[in-house]
Design a protein around this ligand. Structure first.
Ligand code: ADP
Ligand code: MG
Length: 514
């Protein structure tokens, strides 16, 4: 008897488990070589030939277009990591893959999936407590924030720029939008512009939009700007229907033209008299109006996207105005400077200082598209970790030291756990070793030797990570080298990896419709 369509496919029991586990492991494996400061980049080419070169776990997994449902769950681990804390995506995916690998071994030894799931959950609780033990006591100040930002960018394609100088820009940006409790991360934008060396990357106290003035004769710069943001078509009103007028004398034609002229002039005068010296509008501006306003020294940008208009309004404190009759000084926003600048083929409008300076923009420069794109991702991660660390005030040692310490605690606690669940708890600790092992492998070291050395250094010295500094790779206390990660990045990685791995392990029946 068929209860499903004959074309649907069903895999059950061990087969289902092992195929899901294999798929999940394969995905994690695919990003392994990118982990850490000596991680390699990947070049991804999509079906239309578009090329992305990156070291970022979440970006790689997103671009890979993965279809297998279990594999997709590992991609989601990276996604949620990116979403929640902005960094540690490779770490999370790699841990998830190893939790699956360890689970596979346990299943082969006839440990039931439910036992594995329980053991993993228990181990992850222990791990989270162990993370708390690792938190650095010193206050998270600018130096620590710079270290966090720098650690997250080390080894990324920063186009020749040192991670250090970029880290300072990142910390400045985060401090700029810091509130009493939260960091207004959304008020930081990263704007990329190719055509200069990445050294020219700078922090702009305000926002940047891709726009050029509506008229060539307009001033390229306005200081102490009163800014109007309009959603009004500035031109002769055109009806929705095409109307034709029969004109049979020159006088009538002149009258029609005069009427139009005076309507247009009316708009221009209203704006000029309102006192606004910079206008951003989401709609068209008639050339005659532009030319009139140019004469009056008003700088106008037309056809803004709704998004940009909104951004400018909220940054400068302007109220968007939908009808010219309503335009009042109260509606104006303010900025110390609005400037129209030209970069090669691109025109940019800078809205800086004054009220606009509640928002900041990291203006990223670089020689090529690929450089600025990867720089943008690296800076995005660094902004996220610096914001996360500033908000929570908690950082832990990087370079594998935290994972070594957690694994050690989990192993010790495992001894007190009864039954086969103990095996799962120990397996969880073994899975965490993947981080230091991979950091070692990616620096060309023997992963087993490195793991052994790290464990004994942890035993005797306390904190021990595999630190890359310049050309050297040493085992030492990461705090001494400023290699730190936000505690929340580690927590999130453990939680999301555990969640995905246990979910995959629990599945023993896959039914796929045709
Ligand atoms: P992820 O996507 O997980 O953030 P990364 O490629 O950014 O992957 O690597 C992050 C790992 O690299 C973290 O474990 C971090 O502690 C480690 N790391 C950062 N800087 C150094 C360093 N100088 N030496 C060794 N490890 C480092
Ligand atoms: Mg990272």
């Amino acid at each position: 008897m068929f209860i499903m369509s004959e074309d649907s496919q069903r895999t059950q029991g061990r087969d289902a488990q092992s195929s899901n586990i294999m798929a999940g492991k394969a995905v994690a494996e695919s990003v392994r070589t990118t982990l850490g400061p000596r991680g390699m980049d990947k070049m991804l080419v999509d079906s239309s030939g578009e090329v992305v070169i990156t070291n970022d776990g979440a970006t790689i997994l997103e671009e890979m277009d993965i279809e297998h449902p279990a594999a997709q769950m590992i991609v989601e681990v990276a996604d949620s990591q990116e979403e929640e804390v902005g960094d540690g995506t490779t770490t999370a995916a790699v841990i998830a893959g190893n939790l699956l690998g360890e689970a596979e071994d346990l299943i082969e030894q006839d440990v039931h999936a439910t036992t594995i799931v329980e053991g993993y959950h228990e181990a992850s609780e222990i791990a989270l407590e162990a993370i708390a033990e690792q938190v650095q006591e010193a206050e998270v100040d600018d130096d620590v924030l710079t270290q966090v930002a720098e650690s997250s960018m080390t080894g990324k394609g920063t186009g020749g720029l040192t991670a250090e100088s970029l880290a300072e820009t990142v910390v400045e940006a985060v401090r700029h939008v810091e509130g009493d409790e939260k960091v207004a991360r959304d008020n930081i934008t990263v704007h990329t512009q190719i055509g200069a060396s990445s050294n020219a990357t700078e922090l702009v106290p305000g926002i940047i939009v891709d726009e050029d003035p509506a008229h060539d004769a307009m001033p390229a710069e306005v200081e102490d700007a009163s800014i109007a943001v309009l959603d009004v078509e500035l031109g002769v009103r055109t009806g929705d229907v095409d109307a034709e007028y029969a004109i049979d004398s020159i006088d009538q034609l002149n009258a029609a033209i005069d009427a139009e002229e005076s309507e247009v002039r009316g708009y221009a005068e209203t704006i000029a008299e309102s006192g606004a010296d910079v206008v951003f509008t989401s709609d068209d501006v008639d050339d005659r109006i532009s030319s009139f306003l140019a004469n009056e020294g008003v700088l106008v940008f037309e056809n803004l996207s709704n998004n940009d208009a909104g951004k400018i309004a909220s940054a400068t404190g302007a109220r968007r105005v939908g009808a010219l009759d309503d335009l009042e000084e109260d509606d104006f926003g303010a900025a110390d400077r609005v400037g129209a600048e030209n970069y090669g083929d691109d025109d940019l409008a800078f809205i800086e200082g004054g009220a606009a300076a509640d928002a900041v923009t990291v203006f990223v420069r670089g020689g090529t598209e690929h450089v600025v794109d990867e720089l943008e991702r690296a800076i995005g991660d660094a902004l996220d970790v610096a914001a996360t660390a500033l908000e929570s005030g908690e950082v832990v040692p990087g370079a594998g030291a935290t994972e070594i310490a957690i694994a050690d605690t989990v192993r010790q606690e495992a001894a007190g756990i009864e039954g086969r669940k103990q095996l799962a708890v120990t397996a969880f600790a073994d899975a965490l070793d993947v981080v230091p092992r991979t950091l070692a492998a990616n620096t060309g070291q023997d992963p087993i030797d490195a793991l052994v050395d790290l464990r004994s250094a942890h035993e005797s010295e306390g904190r021990a990570g595999l630190i890359t500094s310049g050309e050297d790779v040493t085992i030492d206390d990461p705090f001494e080298y400023g290699v730190v990660d936000p505690a929340d990045v580690k927590r999130e990685a453990i939680e999301s990896a555990t969640e995905a791995a246990t979910m995959i392990v629990r599945i023993d029946d896959v039914i796929a419709a045709e």
